[in-house]
Structures are given as structure tokens and as C-alpha cells.
Design a protein around this ligand. Structure first.
Ligand code: ZN
Length: 410
């Protein structure tokens, strides 16, 4: 049995665990050291550190303190790792914590985080998903059940000073173009008490917290990529920037649709990862690696039949945009939601399905001016009922009750 290097107690605040942090900074101390070739287990909190409860009230999603996220376990040091190496990480397995066999999906309030379709779903809502071995289903979204494609939403190595400064500079430049926007254009360093800087203390902690990068976006080191196919069985190659590499991870998802469009998020859970690490010395230059590369798992849930929804870069108001895949994917998702509503789902339930189920998103065409074409691939076999169109029209399989609880108005 591999050794558990980092354990988390879900009954305790993550702020009491000094092997956890929620910012990126080169000076965050490494908490455990391993050798190339070692395998070991890392436990993680859910990304909010337990703020969301297994109940039928979305007030916790509405009131979530996003300044706290994401709680990561690490950094783990790998002996001999130096800047310019590639850190090879095999995800040998991932699972939920035995005392926490459930996950959550939600939509943040537009006033507090928002999401991909926040103009259509501006209020906080949530659904709870029970984990039955390799399958999941929800009391809030009837008629669907599927196998999990379990993955860490967030994993990567510590940045060095130059990389941290570059992140902060470019994100501030973007933020300053519209500093009052809701939701904001970027999450900048805040330096407040919510920053968990691991084992840093005193003045050093405060100075670092004020400039430490938030964990929100994916960046050159990987980070919060939210790639569903980075699942158990994957092999990832991370660029190393600091001595020891400093690998950290969290934000485990039991399942997710491409895009993690609901933002809160996939099926979010606490859990554990069984990892093995190796090094390729000088691998960054040898292979021309800028962002991580990875090989997916040999085992994935077998959902290979889809109903595919097209979207083009013409927005909801009918305005033409030039090859904008963001708008095209939004239209594909909205088209899928409208379709599912014909069978009795609420819009919220349909949105939750797209955010959690193993839906694929594809950039299908980006050259046919002026329209980009994106597609949303909805797996047909996750439904208890027949998803396909036919001459008799849609049969209402579901009662349309609003089972996803709606938080009170803000
Ligand atoms: Zn997540």
C-alpha cells in the first residue's frame, strides 16, 4: 500500500492543515519530498474547502467565499528536479473519500462568480450527486445516470519568480480595461487573510500573499485546466520551474462535461490521488514544451453514441461575431438546453447535465468566415429514456418540477 503523504480531515478547516495552500507563489515551502520512481497518495479537500453542503438549499452556493479557492494539497518536492526538467506524473488512481461519497454541482450567482451561461441563469442553484461506486446520479436531476471520468481539475508545479511576475502583469493589464465588470475579468492577488500560504508565517507570509497568484485560471504550468480527460490512468508531463518542482493538486471532479460550463463546477468532491513521479532531465527544451502535455487513460467510460448540437458565432441578440468559438459553444449549449426542456427538464436541470455528464465540446470549424462552428456532444446512453427525435414529437418523460433548489433572490 502506497504511503499517504498528505491527509485531510474533512471535519477540520483547510486553514488548519499546513500541507494545504490556495495561492501560487515560488516561496511556498515544499511539505513532503519523494524520489523519482516513488508512488504515493495525496488526499484533497473539495475546491471550496467544505463550504458546500449535502442538502437542498443553494444559499451556500450563493454565499460562497470565492476568495478562498482553490484548496490544493502540496507542494510535493521531487528530489533532483530542476528548472527545465519535465516532471512525469502517472495518475495511478483517484477516488472519493470514503466518508464523503457525494459531490456537488452549482451555478454561482452572477453577482458572485457567475458562469458560462450566467446571463441565462443569474441566480445561485445547486444539485447534489451521489457516488455509487463508479456511477453517479442525483436526486435533483432525475432520469440520468452515468459512470464517472474522475480527474483533478487542478494540478501543476510552482511557478518561479519570473513566471509569477508575468502572470500578475498580464492579468492586471486585462483587469484594468474594465475594473468594475461583474463578473470580473480576472482574479488578482488580494493579500488578505483568505490566502493560505501553506507553512509560510509572519512577514514573509504577508509579503508573499500580497503578490501570490490566484488559482483560478489555467496557465503555462497547467493549474486549473479542468480537462475531464486528465483522468485516472493519464500520464502528464509538467514543466518544472523551481528546484524540487513543487507539485500541488486539488479540485477533484467525479465527472464533468467539456468546458465545465457551470463553473461550480463539475461534480466537485473531496478525495485522494495515487500518483507516481519520474523526471526527464532537460525535457522542456528537448521536447519544446511550453504548457503541459498528457496521454489520456486507457480506461474511459464507453459513451460513444451522441446527439450533437451545433452552434455558430451569432449571439442571442442575433449579432454577428467573427469566428468567435466562445459564442459558438454557448449557442450549442443553449440549443441542447432548449431541446432537453422539451422532455420535461427545467433549464437548470438541463444546464446541470451539460456541466456534469461526459459531454464533449468540439471546435468544429474556425475558418468559414464569419461563423465559427462549435458542437456540444450529448451522450445518448446516460439517459433512462429515449433522447432521439422522432415523428411523434418529444414525449415528456419528466414532470418539470424545479428539483434543483433556487436560492432566494439577492
Ligand atoms: Zn472544480
Amino acid at each position: 500500500m502506497a504511503e499517504t503523504l498528505i491527509a485531510v480531515d474533512l471535519s477540520e478547516s483547510p486553514y488548519t492543515n499546513d500541507k494545504v495552500h490556495n495561492r501560487w507563489h515560488p516561496d511556498i515551502p515544499i511539505v513532503e519530498w519523494v524520489n523519482p520512481g516513488d508512488d504515493f497518495i495525496i488526499e484533497t479537500y473539495d475546491w471550496t474547502g467544505g463550504q458546500i453542503k449535502n442538502d437542498d438549499d443553494a444559499a451556500d452556493v450563493r454565499d460562497v467565499e470565492l476568495v478562498q479557492v482553490h484548496f490544493l494539497s502540496g507542494p510535493v518536492g521531487v528530489k533532483g528536479a530542476e528548472p527545465g526538467d519535465l516532471l512525469v506524473v502517472d495518475i495511478l488512481d483517484i477516488g472519493a473519500k470514503p466518508d464523503s461519497l457525494w459531490g456537488f454541482n452549482g451555478f454561482f450567482s452572477k453577482q458572485n462568480g457567475g458562469g458560462f451561461l450566467t446571463d441565462h441563469f443569474p441566480l445561485a442553484q445547486k444539485s447534489i450527486w451521489d457516488i455509487h461506486g463508479m456511477f453517479t446520479s442525483s436526486r435533483h436531476v432525475p432520469g440520468v445516470k452515468y459512470a464517472g471520468l474522475i480527474h483533478p481539475g487542478l494540478i501543476g508545479c510552482l511557478p518561479d519568480r519570473a513566471m509569477l511576475d508575468m502572470w500578475n502583469s498580464r492579468e492586471k493589464t486585462l483587469f484594468d480595461t474594465n475594473p468594475t465588470r461583474v463578473p470580473p475579468l480576472a482574479a488578482l492577488p488580494d493579500g488578505g487573510p483568505s490566502a493560505h500560504m501553506g507553512r509560510m508565517t509572519g512577514d514573509a507570509r504577508n509579503v508573499a500573499a500580497a503578490e501570490a497568484a490566484r488559482t483560478v485560471p489555467p496557465r503555462e504550468h497547467g493549474g486549473n485546466c479542468d480537462i475531464k480527460d486528465l483522468s485516472r490512468g493519464s500520464k502528464i508531463y509538467f514543466p518544472v520551474y523551481v528546484d524540487g518542482a513543487g507539485l500541488s493538486m486539488g479540485d477533484l471532479h467525479f465527472s464533468q462535461g467539456d468546458g465545465e460550463i457551470t463553473f461550480c463546477g463539475a461534480i466537485e468532491m473531496a478525495g485522494w490521488l495515487h500518483l507516481k513521479v519520474e523526471l526527464i532531465k532537460g525535457g522542456v527544451a528537448k521536447y519544446g514544451v511550453k504548457n503541459p502535455i498528457f496521454k489520456p487513460s486507457p480506461i474511459t467510460p464507453k459513451y460513444d453514441d451522441f446527439l450533437i448540437f451545433e452552434g455558430i458565432s451569432v449571439d442571442e441578440a442575433g449579432v454577428q461575431h467573427y469566428l468567435d468559438v466562445h459564442i459558438a459553444y454557448r449557442q450549442a449549449c443553449l440549443n441542447a438546453i432548449e431541446y432537453l426542456k422539451k422532455f420535461g427538464y427545467t433549464g437548470a436541470q438541463a444546464y446541470a447535465i451539460l456541466g456534469t455528464a461526459p459531454c464533449q465540446g468540439h471546435i468544429s470549424g474556425v475558418v468559414d468566415i464569419p461563423n465559427a462552428c462549435a458542437t456540444l456532444w450529448l451522450p445518448t446512453d446516460i439517459f433512462d429514456w429515449d433522447l432521439m427525435p422522432n415523428a411523434d414529437g418529444p414525449k415528456r418523460y419528466l414532470d418539470g418540477s424545479i428539483d434543483v433548489p433556487l436560492a432566494p433572490d439577492l
